[in-house]
Design a protein around this ligand. Structure first.
Ligand SMILES: Cc1ncc(COP(=O)(O)O)c(C=O)c1O
Length: 475
């Protein structure tokens, strides 16, 4: 029998209108009741009430249950920390609804995550990384979701890649200890860099001497990565340039900075003409990185970890000799762009948008649904003529409707090229999963047609000030 005092904790913003279910706390005569403390708001979690032994209490589906150690810590000043820790031993579970929710029953627009497909994607990419002899450090900007990060970790991933300090804080508070911010360092965010570096192994990315000097002036011990451009032409020091050696030397000369590694991202794989072209670009990326590492070594600088990776490249690459780790992100969910590129088949797309036709005038040959740019983003994808997403033929099959597309979007309206009657539910495959996910606050997680969970998307922005920095982590 369980022996605890519990409390109910509810993610902020959780709908309060769902059916109530009774939960019983086992008795424990030795403890004093802790009945109903008033609401305690901290970070994004809200303690609804504390309850004592022998008490029957009501919890709503979606509520999280924590045990007594958590409560005693929660009553002290360390609520944030204790809630993060509670995710481990003291976290008792999430109250499930007795009602079975189906896709049809979800309010729209909804971001639907197919758990079977997600799990299989994670397994397959981890298997590829293992077979190619590299560590997998997934980019979590794709999902910004702690539960998916946990699944990646248990599948074998080591460390994560992030694109913002907000993502880093959310995952650090959740217990991730090795985080690489694979984005050129933003000088106005130094305070957050220092704070994160105090708490976890936090990699900061530079591609210039100016950035190295800025970091060095902090006199803090920091873990630094050099970004190389291997042909994409975005950020990164050109891989064959002398500037690479200068930056590497300068980092090693400082007493505080450690060159933890070199990273590159072959984003031009997204413009490849065929799967064979993707493989060729991934091989160029590998070669550029291995040669850069060699040049640094010859100059007396240890290049640290050599890290490459894009989802198209990592889905198809054949050889990663000389490389230490890969950082794909989109592979967890895939999307229609990846299907068009040949990185994956349709059956590996884990995220769809459920929408409702809300305006339709007979004879027009089109209709409007709640799937505008604020849902799908304005990503035009890889197909010609361009569109904002494809539709499945019905809610349950994995077949795309050959004719229907989202042909235009305004902020909330999405125009569909086929005429459906008002009230029809449609399921859309987005062009770009990462940008679509970034529009939503949570995933509705399904197995088949049944909704089994709801997972938060940690997409806060603009939390660069102290106040925000305190607020935007789960712990
Ligand atoms: C630096 C860096 N690394 C890794 C990735 C992950 O690549 P993908 O989105 O193709 O999975 C990205 C994506 O933009 C990136 O910018």
């Amino acid at each position: 029998m369980l022996d605890y005092v519990g409390c109910i904790v509810r993610p902020a913003g959780h709908p309060f209108s769902v059916a109530v279910q009774n939960v019983f706390v086992p008795s424990n005569q030795n403890r004093v009741s802790l009945l109903v403390a008033s609401q305690y708001v901290a970070n994004d979690l809200r303690v609804i009430r504390f309850i004592g032994p022998n008490a029957a209490f009501r919890a709503d589906p979606g509520d999280l249950l924590f045990a007594n150690k958590t409560i005693s810590m929660a009553l002290g000043s360390q609520l944030a920390l204790s809630l993060a820790e509670a995710w481990g031993q003291d976290y008792l579970g999430r109250v499930k609804s007795k009602e079975t929710k189906t896709l049809e029953g979800l309010p729209t627009p909804a971001l639907v995550l197919d758990l079977d497909v997600l799990e299989s994607n994670l397994r397959l990419m981890q298997g590829r990384a293992d077979a190619l002899g590299v560590r997998l450090r997934p980019h979590v900007k794709t999902h910004k979701c702690l539960e998916i990060g946990d699944l990646q970790r248990s599948a074998g991933a080591s460390g994560i890649t992030v694109s913002t300090p907000e993502e880093a804080r959310a995952f650090a508070a959740h217990g991730v200890t090795d985080i690489l911010w694979a984005f050129p360092m933003i000088p106005s965010r130094l305070r957050e860099i220092l704070d994160l570096s105090d708490r976890v192994r936090f990699g900061v990315t530079v591609d210039s001497l100016v950035a190295v000097e800025t970091l060095s002036r902090t006199e803090a011990p920091l873990s630094v990565w050099i970004e190389l451009d291997c042909g994409y032409g975005r950020s990164g020091v050109p891989h064959e340039s002398p500037a690479l050696i200068e930056i590497g030397r300068r980092i090693s000369e400082t007493s505080t900075l450690e060159l933890a590694g070199c990273l590159t991202h072959a984003g031009h794989t997204y413009h490849a003409e065929s799967p064979a072209h993707i493989v060729a670009l991934a091989e160029e990326e590998r070669r550029a990185m291995v040669e850069a590492g060699q040049r640094l070594r010859e100059a007396g600088v240890d290049p640290g970890t050599l890290s490459v990776g894009s989802t198209p490249g990592m889905s198809l690459v054949q050889d990663l000799t000389g490389i230490d780790e890969v950082r794909p992100g989109n592979y967890a969910l895939y999307d229609y762009t990846q299907v068009c590129l040949g990185s994956c088949g349709l059956e590996r797309c884990a995220v769809t948008v459920l929408a409702t036709v809300i305006s339709s005038h007979p004879g027009r040959g089109r209709c409007v649904a709640d799937c505008g740019a604020a849902v799908l983003s304005k990503d035009l994808g890889a197909e010609t003529p361009a569109h904002f997403g494809r539709l499945f033929s019905d809610l349950t099959t994995a077949d795309l409707d050959p004719a229907a597309r989202v042909t235009s979007v305004s902020q909330e309206h999405g125009t569909i090229s086929t005429e459906y009657s008002i009230g029809t539910k449609i399921r859309i495959l987005p062009n770009h999963a990462c940008l679509t996910v970034a529009q939503f606050d949570h995933f509705d997680v399904v197995r088949g047609q049944t909704v089994v969970d709801r997972w938060k998307i940690w997409r806060s922005r603009g939390a660069g000030n102290q106040e925000g920095a305190r607020r935007d982590g789960p712990g």
